[in-house]
Design a protein around this ligand. Structure first.
Ligand code: TRP
Length: 321
């Protein structure tokens, strides 16, 4: 079983990225043949500074390795090191009706958030389809926001197979992480870079991390009054890091009253800091070991290219090239 997922290098990963994509991807390394990549072609739709793009790729590679991605178990590469995927994108685009892409909400959503409406941004879901189909992927673990792109991938693969021959492309199954579908940011909206409400997994300093957590929006219930834990963003975030027992302690304390929100924020801060501490330590070592990090990506690209070549040959022959 091939498991595939990609992540855009669009700045430092935050807690939403970690629980939505990185952690489940890392856990799946033991379940099958895991293929993970850094989607720098996709990032080109929004990152226009070459130095920035390169730095983002390097940082994310290191962050992923620090969080537990094991290059012995997984194939891990940089998307643009396997350029065959752009060829497949073109071939797929010739079986894709315009309306299918026009219905994608991510395009409209990104424009609404100020990303310039290029053709690349419009065609983004099709490049993603090629990413998946070029490796005969069976399972694609993604966040809820990627559901539509997975449906499009399946539809496009089916259209291709209908035109050129059954079983040419493997139809992938999405695996949507429902449990962590909505991780609130500091303001309670979905945590997202474009909403400027993120908590990064590796904040520069502890002080910065604490300062951010202290900014989480709360209501203005007085210290002594009982508080409702169900709608609290503090509790929602705490659930990601603490045991059931610890969460219950916090919830009971909310209901009892007597503590201010600052107290709970401090508890949350400590939980987040402790959770990422061992990864932070690994990260510091990796930052200094450029040769190792480059070697991982190089080896990954080699393995990925081999598989991509197999599928591309099959597809080229099928369409008459
Ligand atoms: N679009 C995905 C995101 O923003 C990233 C991505 C690109 C991806 N190609 C992919 C995810 C292929 C899964 C499979 O999160």
């Amino acid at each position: 079983m091939r498991i595939l997922s990609g992540i855009q290098p669009s700045g430092r990963p935050h807690i939403g990225n970690y629980f939505g994509m990185m952690k489940p991807a890392i856990a799946l390394q033991d379940e099958g043949d895991a293929f993970y990549f850094i989607a720098d072609y996709h990032a080109l739709t929004s990152t226009h500074d070459p130095t920035q793009l390169q730095e983002n790729v390097r940082d994310l590679t290191i962050d992923f390795l620090a969080c537990g991605l094991d290059p012995q178990k997984s194939t891990f590469w940089r998307q643009s090191d396997v350029p065959a995927v752009t060829e497949l994108t073109w071939i797929l685009s010739c079986v894709t009706p315009m309306g299918m892409l026009e219905r994608c909400v991510s395009y409209k959503d990104k424009i609404a958030h100020g990303i310039s409406p290029s053709h690349g941004l419009f065609a983004y879901p099709l490049l993603q389809a090629a990413d998946i189909l070029i490796f005969d992927s069976n399972v694609v673990p993604v966040g809820r926001d990627q559901k539509q792109h997975l449906e499009l991938t399946r539809d496009v693969a089916q259209k291709f197979n209908d035109r050129y021959g059954e079983d040419l492309l493997v139809i992938p199954e999405p695996r949507i992480r429902e449990a962590t579908s909505m991780i609130p940011g500091l303001d309670g909206q979905k945590m997202s870079k474009s909403y400027d409400n993120t908590i990064d997994i590796f904040e520069e300093t502890e002080k910065k991390l604490r300062k951010k957590i202290m900014k989480i929006v709360t209501d203005s219930t007085p210290v002594d009054d009982p508080k409702d834990p169900t709608d609290s963003y503090i509790v929602q975030l705490y659930k990601l890091f603490a045991s059931e027992g610890a969460v219950k302690v916090m919830e009971d304390s909310f209901r009892a009253g007597g503590e201010g929100y600052g107290y709970y924020k401090q508890t949350l801060f400590e939980a987040i800091r402790d959770h990422f501490a061992p990864m932070q330590e690994r990260r510091e070592k990796l930052v200094k070991d450029t040769a190792y990090v480059d070697g991982v990506l190089e080896e990954g690209a080699k393995r990925a290219a081999e598989k991509a070549c197999e599928v591309t040959d099959r597809v080229r022959a099928a369409v008459g090239m």
